[in-house]
Design a protein around this ligand. Structure first.
Ligand code: V0D
Length: 252
């Protein structure tokens, strides 16, 4: 079944319509450009992050409509702690702000909230707000909205290796049983399929230590648009581009 894209003025060709079965199951987004959006307007950087929050809500709703099953958003990396203290404190209050405004809409849309990253290292006010939302949405079986919070790809892999070495030493697992599928169980993303499509806004074309193991076969789609400028139309553009890619998983 094809999904009507509200922005295509002319009647879409077959190849221009987003088919439900070809929609990416899991979309990951690096939401970059918030500070630059604010600076372009002579505003303080935190105004860009605030504007970025409303874009999150807009794109979550679009992902639900586009039949995406998992949406992972890179909201705070382990490297973000290096930013000015005031900016970090502001950003770490955004989950509470977002949930205060948008949790009712997430419930209406049957969205389940999950997180990946070193969650315990976040301030207690951030943890409390997110834990409340996880609890509130845990029975929802629609879109899985996965926030990468205090997340680092290399840290995640190293943490998994250390856990495996400990279990091998304690004879809890046998090295011969260790394959890619077993290794994946030691990552934050255990039980969640790898991203089919990565979208990065803000013009940079790099992974920035995001889901390094999981994105071995992910299609990448980059845009110069800054995250606050990212619209439902741009999201559909990325989904259509994905649909036109031929995925080989290393084959021919
Ligand atoms: C803690 C870092 C952070 C930054 C952030 N930004 C700043 C970075 C990118 C632009 C979007 C706005 N958002 N936006 C929503 C959340 C959020 C996180 C968890 C949750 F359960 C609900 C909402 C968020 N979290």
């Amino acid at each position: 079944m094809s999904i009507k894209i509200p922005f295509l003025s002319k009647q879409p060709k077959e190849s221009d319509s987003l088919s439900e079965e070809n929609a990416p199951n899991h979309v990951a987004i690096i939401m970059d450009g918030n500070g630059r959006w604010a600076q372009k307007r002579g505003l303080p950087r935190f105004a860009g992050h605030k504007e970025g929050v409303s874009t999150v809500n807009k794109i979550v709703k679009t992902a639900v409509k586009a039949n995406v099953k998992v949406l992972t958003l890179y909201t705070f990396s382990t490297e973000n702690w290096k930013r000015p203290k005031q900016e970090v404190e502001y950003i770490l209050k955004l989950p509470k702000e977002f949930l205060h405004v948008y949790l009712p809409s997430l419930m209406e849309n049957n969205v389940r909230i999950q997180t990946i990253g070193d969650f315990q290292a976040l301030p207690s006010h951030t943890q409390e707000a997110v834990n409340y939302a996880k609890e509130k949405t845990k029975h929802n079986d629609g879109l899985i909205l996965n926030f990468a919070l205090n997340y680092g790809g290399r840290y995640e892999i190293l943490k998994a290796v250390k856990q495996i070495v400990t279990e091998v030493k304690e004879d809890d697992i046998d090295m011969s049983s260790l394959d890619e599928e077993t290794f994946s169980k030691y990552l934050y993303t255990t039980g969640v399929s790898d991203p089919d499509l990565l979208i990065r806004t803000g013009g940079e074309c790099r992974l920035s230590n995001f889901m390094l193991w999981q994105m071995a076969y992910t299609e990448f789609w980059f845009t110069d648009k800054l995250w606050p400028e990212f619209t439902e139309e741009t999201f559909y553009e990325a989904l259509l581009a994905y649909q036109h890619r031929k995925r080989r998983y290393g084959g021919i």
